[in-house]
Design a binder for this molecule. Structure first.
Ligand code: MLT
Ligand code: MN
Length: 304
């Protein structure tokens, strides 16, 4: 038994290609050339024993992800019965649509734990559509920050606050994009021997977070944008990364620079937006790789 993580969806909200996007990365797919692999929206699967899995975030693409990944499919009916899934828990790192919409796909009276902070539990409770998850089957577990807990057989987890914002659908007139609390969390996963950090959304890297990550064996981190204004520059949107609650990869205040002296053995960008140039071979990807980063892809599996 060892910790295994499986990137079920490497892309940020929208996926790659995005349904209504003709930005250069997405357009390549619509125009028939496929210079790189398409990617589904943000989800990481984790297991220690290979038969029980937890999903970290419930992507709108969850059905497609299960279709693509035998590890997540119903097992032998002679042993497991007519209704089965190896997915034993779903943990949410925030309430964003790309992380919660997949819950609605999991509504067919199947037992699993739905694990969230108290604030995200309230967000779900206030949206009656999530009542489609029958409480006789789906156990909502509310977890306090900074307290290790058993997530699934063989895997403990701990949630910790990282800077972020409320979900898009809860934004008011003014938005604090660097709230530190239960809205946006990172997760440390451990099997007792090794641990992994998963932080798919993060607005900034304060010293406390840098200290927590120092010396880690593996960190999967928010790779939404390469530059803060790339959506504006590419003419596909008005928002900056900062406004969306995401630190960018490049630049003096970017994540690549912030990780430079943290001695993290393996660094992987996840939650990558379809506008990000690192999807394709080019100078930006080369710069990230030269700094020791890997660019996640759907189906990427890492065993510790
Ligand atoms: C984000 O990561 O900023 C959100 O997923 C954006 C969205 O909800 O579309
Ligand atoms: Mn997102």
């Amino acid at each position: 038994m060892s910790l295994r993580v499986l990137v079920a969806g490497a892309a940020a909200g929208g996926g790659l290609p995005q349904w209504n996007c003709n930005g250069s990365n997405s357009a390549a797919f619509w125009r028939g050339s496929q210079p790189f692999q398409a990617a589904t929206q943000s989800c990481l699967a984790v297991s220690s024993n290979g038969s029980d899995w937890a999903l970290l975030n419930a992507s709108p693409d969850i059905r497609q992800q299960i279709m693509a990944l035998p590890q997540l499919q119903p097992r032998d009916p002679s042993r497991y019965g007519l209704r089965d899934t190896p997915i034993r828990a779903v943990l949410l790192t925030n309430g964003d649509i790309d992380h919660v919409a997949g819950l609605l796909t999991l509504r067919e009276k199947q037992a699993f734990d739905l694990v969230t902070t108290p604030v995200i539990a309230d967000v779900l409770a206030q949206n009656p559509i999530f009542d489609a998850l029958d409480p006789q089957f789906v156990t909502r577990r509310t977890i306090a920050l900074d307290q290790p807990f058993a997530l699934i057989d063989g895997v403990t987890a701990e949630l910790f606050a990282v800077p972020g914002k409320v979900p898009l659908y809860l934004e008011g007139d003014t938005v604090d994009t660097e709230v530190v609390g239960e809205q946006t969390v990172g997760v440390e996963l451990s099997d007792g021997a090794s641990s992994v950090f998963y932080i798919p959304g993060c607005a900034a890297i304060p010293d406390t977070l840098a200290q927590r990550l120092t010396g880690a064996k593996l960190v999967l981190f928010d790779g939404t944008l390469w530059t803060d204004d790339e959506m504006i520059q590419q003419g596909v949107g008005q928002k900056t990364g900062k406004r969306m609650g995401h630190i960018s990869m490049s630049g003096a205040d970017g994540s690549i620079a912030a990780f430079e002296n943290l001695s993290v053995t393996r660094k992987v960008f996840v939650h990558i937006n379809n506008t990000n140039p690192v999807w394709r071979n080019g100078p930006e990807r080369a710069e990230a790789e030269a700094a020791g980063w890997e660019i996640a892809y759907d189906g990427m599996e890492i065993r510790l």
